[in-house]
Design a protein around this ligand. Sequence first.
Ligand code: FES
Ligand code: FE2
Length: 419
Amino acid sequence: MEVELLWPRVWQMACRLEEIPQRRDFVEYEVLDQSIVVLRTDDMGVRAFQNACRHRGVRIVEGRGTCESGFTCPFHGWCYGPDGRNTFVPQARTFAEHNLQPEDINLTPVRCEVWGGCAWINLDDDAPPLRPCIEPFATIQDAWKVESLRTERWYACRLPVNWKLAEEAFVEMYHVVETHPQLVIPGRYPPRDGRAIDPRTLIDAEIHYLRTMSEGMDGMVHANDVRIAEGLRDIELPADPTLAMSIWQRQLNDAVVSWHRAAGSDVPDLNDLEAQGINEPMGYCFPHYFVLPMYSAASSYRFRPLGPEETLMEIWSLARFPEGREPEKPTPPEPWECDDPRWPPIPTQDFSNLPRQQRGLHARGFQYMRLSERAEGHISNFERTVDGFVAGLPYERLLPALESINLNPLDRPVVDIDL
Ligand code: FES
Ligand SMILES: [Fe+2]
């Protein structure tokens, strides 16, 4: 059902723009049985086509590359320009005229829009434009200047679970204590009775947390930002724990912003975002894209189904660079298995639960997932939105639901999405 009614009707992050930096660079984006070519045009725009020759359907590209003069189908040699127009049909006179109508033999265009440093595609010509489908995620990430991030590292994981289960392992904090005990750092939490603290303990605990997140996710908190925090180790903080924490955060935000601006990078005023209530640790974009901002940098995830119980999860470490000093075009990762010893500690811990959960769900006596109303609400909201697509509801019903789930999913309550 999802194959017919969900994936062909949603905007999907098809590639990061730095994968196609030059004119005529292209990448193939595959989702289930569909393959789409995303191409940088001569005017530095982005277009997309269905990856199927108009003769007998052969995929005209595999993977990625640069098409100097266009694409040639490997089967009988039909040729297409970089704008998708058919430029040559060998032995054209052997075809009936009605089979070679010029407008019928160009590559079939796919809707494509650019936002947030990525190209997005939608296979449905009747879907609303990209922007209303990804709000308020887009507005919040724009304020954080997500478009100026570039890929520093890129990983992929093959998970033996349904894609929804895979996503749902990353949208709540409830699992942190049991799954990631190293992230529960004494001294980070103000005493419940409001008693005074030793500010040195708080600072040490905060820096320890940042370092654990940085090493544990290979750059979710960027090493530069950890160093900036270490530079603040000796600042004076009051003994009142709540006040101390808020001063620490303000100072660290300011220090990160000044450091990156002095280096020539484009970074927003984090305290300004904080004041607006949009300095958030995670942004979710239905159905399969995540940005997890931490100070100047971020991790980003994309989940794609490979089958009913197989998912490809990609993880990017994104960072800001001064103009002209951005890294080279990123190399697409070979997917690792979820138990590969090369994974950093935090994903290793998350991945370890997933195959066990997928197997557990097959238990005959298992009734349903008993979600926490307050801590795991996003999972319920998300599943009901998927159900709305699978029920074939019209976009005017689906758009309000999208708007209520394209938010920070952490600690979101169950909400009425009116589907
Ligand atoms: S299938 Fe492409 S040229 Fe025949
Ligand atoms: Fe986790």
